[in-house]
Design a protein around this ligand. Sequence first.
Ligand code: SF4
Length: 464
Amino acid sequence: MSANTLAKMNITAETISAYDKRIPRYTSYPTPPFWTTEFTAKDWAEHLRSNSESDKPLSLYVHIPFCAKRCLFCACNVIITSKDWVADEYLDMLEREISVMSDLYKGSGRVIQLHLGGGTPNFLDHSQMARLLKMLESKFDFDPEAERSIEVDPRIATPEDVVRLYNDHRFRRISFGTQDFNEETQLAIGREQTLDITFANVQAARDVGFKSINLDLIYGLPKQTEQSWSETLDAVGRLRPDRIALYNFAYLPALLSHQRSIEEADLPAPENKLAMFIESHNQLTTAGWEFIGMDHYALREDSLVKAQREGTLRRNFMGYTTLRGTNMLSLGVSSISDFEGVFAQNVKKLTTWRKHIEAGRLPVERGLKLSDDDRFRRHIIEELMCNGVLRFDATEPFSGQKIHDLVDAEMESLTPLINDDLIVLSDKSLLVTPRGRVFLRNIASVFDSYLKRKMDKPLFSRAV
Ligand code: SF4
């Protein structure tokens, strides 16, 4: 299969600039800025209790917020510490949170997916990791084949650690934070990570048998040049991860005080940043990765690509997935659950989280119960983001006629996208073209009824 480079799709810097608007990333719909603090811990508990008969399979997410050092670009909810004992204390609290949640959730759904994210999940040492897994396994019914995945900071991991994550803790998918291999850029973002340590850990993961290896990369960082970025991409090509998440650096010094340590003058100019995106896309798709959409690439033989071709790809807060129809329960500070039509997010502050748990309450800060219209639009947006098609002969879970009617109602917004060859409309479907896949957020946003409401300040990052 030949690569879909941007030039081949006639996507120029001008095309990209024209679609570079502030739009949600749609890891959920409705998106978090529209959730409400009127949704309380009591509502969440009641919802879990009243749906306790649910037999849908479960995805579990656990957030480990600790990092040894702050990377200057990072926008995640993290706690910087070098003290080992904080992890033990955190596990004590998690144990109580798991207990409160599992007392309310009595469903028969088996856990088929577990993801540890952060922060830095490998901040936990091996005995702490074993303890966490035992806590979860004692309260939830794990499928023996459950897909276990973990985010790993290679700077504090050794190849031996990676092997133990596979052998002792049965993780099968692993994601390494990488960002950029250039030393000057690493100094400018406060994240020194040798090429050797990343290579050694990736090699160990491959040798021991991890089913999937992911690297996270970021373009638009300080001191990056088109030349240095191309060298990073070359190194990534040699590492050949199964999946790549490629993010656009969002410089938000007004919101994130630690980003003020980044010299604005060190950031690449917008036209260089655009050139880096174009180069990334071209280099990766030429070297064997397929663009899944929304910052994600996967090798052509990867299960994500296969699922996308078969129209069965799904997306949740953990990213793209081949697992369908799961409820997600999440634990730890700032984590987000998605259970039977309700989103619930935990508080972000560690001390507040602890206070709630000590009081025997679910530590929820905000959430949303989806209306029928939310569920319908969520389905539409998910189909577009994952499988790139809306079929008008669909019968489940929403009728094709209902989908067709909504498409008709949005014709004014869709027409420019049709004229720009981002989508093709026929009497059978609305189909995203390969060119349109680069602008998925723009296409999906047509069906977002909340975006049409008044917003006083920019809530979302740029689309491309
Ligand atoms: S990038 Fe990763 S390691 Fe760095 S501060 Fe953010 S979560 Fe922690």
